[in-house]
Each structure stands twice: as C-alpha cells, then as structure tokens.
Design a protein around this ligand. Structure first.
Ligand SMILES: Cc1cc2nc3c(=O)[nH]c(=O)nc-3n(C[C@H](O)[C@H](O)[C@H](O)COP(=O)(O)OP(=O)(O)OC[C@H]3O[C@@H](n4cnc5c(N)ncnc54)[C@H](O)[C@@H]3O)c2cc1C
Ligand code: FES
Length: 259
C-alpha cells in the first residue's frame, strides 16, 4: 500500500528546461523501494489539484530517494515550485509489479523520453548480474537527459537516439536494439516509455520469443486501486480481464497484458 511520509526536499536541480530532479530524504520509503516502483506525490498543500501525481523512483541512495519529472500541466507545475528545505507529502513505494532483478547473461534496457527514469535504478541493480545494453530514445537534443548517469554505471553498450538526429544516433531506439539482438541474443528486455514504443517492443519480443518486462505509465487517479483510472487488459489467465496498472503493475510481463 505504500507509506505516507512528509519528506524533506534536500536538493532541487533543474536538469534541462522543464525537467527537474528532486532528492528527498525518505528512509522509510527508500528501505522498501524496488526498481520500477513509483511514488504518489501531493503537489500542493491546498488540496487543489485533488489527485496526487505518480512519479517513478529514479535512484535510491541510502535514505535518499531521487525522482525526475517533466512539467506537463498544473500538477507538475506546482511540484516544480517546491524549494529546498520544504516538505513534500509522498506515498510510496507503490506498485506490486516491479522489475524482476536476477542473474541474466545479456539484457536490453530500452527507454523513451520520461520513461527512461525508472530504468536507472533497475540498471544499477542489474550491474554485475548481466551484460547491460541500454537504449535511450528522445524526440530531439533539447530533451536528452541522464546520459552521463547511465554511462557511469558501467555498461556493455549505451545507444542514445533522437528522432530527428539532432544528437547522437538518428532514429528510434528500438531499431538499434533490434540490430544488436540479431548479433547478440538477449535473455530479457526491460522497457518503459511512450505507448507506441512499448507496443512495438512488446510485439517484437513476442514475435521473437524474448522474455520482456514493460512498465506502463498509464494515466492514474488514486494510485491505489480504488478508482479504475488505470485499467489494462490482462490476458495471462484463462479469461481476459481488466487489471489495475497502479496495483498489479506498473511493470508487467509483456505477454501478460494487451496494450
Ligand atoms: C507509474 C507512473 C510513473 C510515472 N513516472 C514519471 C516520471 O518518472 N517522470 C515524469 O516526468 N512523469 C512520470 N509520469 C507521468 C506523470 O505522472 C504525469 O506527467 C503527471 O501526472 C502529469 O500531471 P500534470 O498535472 O502536470 O498534468 P495534467 O494536467 O494532468 O496533464 C497534462 C498533460 O500531460 C498528459 N499526461 C498526464 N498524465 C500522463 C501520463 N501518465 N502519461 C503521459 N501523459 C500524461 C495529459 O494527457 C495532458 O496532455 C508517470 C506516470 C505514471 C502513471
Ligand atoms: S489509479 Fe485508481 S485504480 Fe489505478
């Protein structure tokens, strides 16, 4: 269910225009958190907007949790106004479905846009357990973030793509991943990003019989399974049914959900 805590904002960083990294002191949440889980953040003390906003855990460092968010609308705009020293009301860690970290030979980790953030803690935790091949895709140069952080983990390969070629490789991250997998098989794909990217990764993994875990960043309301705001078609049982991304996910085996 997650723990509700008022966490001190230790460090606020504007990493690029419209994207902020917050480091908060949250020992109770940090102790329990697993890669792929998320936080439900109260973005203002006034009760407006009413709903908390879901943001992934980017990094767990002892008692400190880091998350990175892009300002999209009213909620994230208000969140960006918090200053160092202030307390933020956070519920976490949420999501029963986190990424499964175990020993693998080769893995591909693919993220797009703001979907790269939950993959950082995952990549860190997979270090020493697998050869890490990471593919990060962005729309253009102005939106590229966290390349250095991923690089510093010590990867087998890091490919950064932009749709328009304004930075590093031109094209979609998935195409670079596919080319590499033709040469070096992988035994797991981990993915998070925009829906079209996730659909393509899922399709490719199913067609090629590659185990794959995808994190679905659906729109959410309550974040705790109470509002049906995040339904996803689950096809793992005898009969298809609708499940909650916030409770059963956000990470699912690709073959278990229809997107
Ligand atoms: C499990 C989960 C983890 C997430 N992790 C991160 C993260 O690490 N970093 C980050 O920047 N964002 C993340 N998001 C997305 C983030 O929650 C939304 O961008 C945020 O809630 C928007 O709130 P807002 O009030 O600013 O915008 P709103 O006013 O609610 O919406 C503004 C615009 O953003 C779009 N939008 C809202 N929610 C989403 C969503 N979930 N996906 C795509 N578009 C959306 C709306 O359609 C609208 O166009 C995550 C979402 C989920 C469900
Ligand atoms: S967000 Fe309310 S049920 Fe998932």
């Amino acid at each position: 269910m997650g723990i509700k805590v008022k966490c001190e904002l230790i460090k606020k960083e504007k990493i690029i225009e419209g994207i902020y990294k917050f480091s908060v002191k949250a020992p109770e949440i940090a102790k329990e958190a697993k890669p792929g889980q998320f936080l439900e953040i109260k973005v203002s003390e006034t009760g407006e907007p009413f709903l908390r906003r879901p943001i992934s855990i980017f990094n767990i460092d002892g008692e400190i949790l880091e998350f990175i968010f892009q300002v999209k609308g009213r909620g994230t705009e208000l969140l960006a106004k918090f200053e160092e020293g202030e307390k933020i009301d956070i519920i976490g860690p949420l999501g029963f479905g986190s990424f499964k970290v175990q020993e693998y030979k080769n893995v591909a980790i693919i993220g797009g846009g703001i979907g790269i953030y939950p993959l950082y803690e995952l990549t860190k935790e997979l270090k020493g357990k697998a050869n890490l091949n990471v593919y990060l895709g962005f729309r253009d140069k102005s939106l590229v973030t966290c390349e250095k952080e991923f690089e510093a983990i010590g990867l087998n390969k890091l490919v950064v793509t932009t749709d328009d070629g304004s930075y590093k490789e031109k094209g979609f991250a998935i195409d670079f991943m596919k080319k590499d997998i033709e040469v070096h098989k992988v035994d797991m794909i981990f993915a998070c990003g925009p829906l079209p990217m996730l659909k393509a990764v899922r399709q490719y993994a199913l067609e090629n019989n590659i185990p794959c875990q995808i994190s679905l960043e659906e729109r959410m309301g309550c974040g705790i399974g109470a509002c049906l705001g995040c339904a996803v078609k689950v096809i793992s049982g005898a009969e298809p049914r609708y499940g909650h991304v916030c409770k059963e996910g956000p990470v699912f085996n690709a073959q278990d959900v229809e997107i």
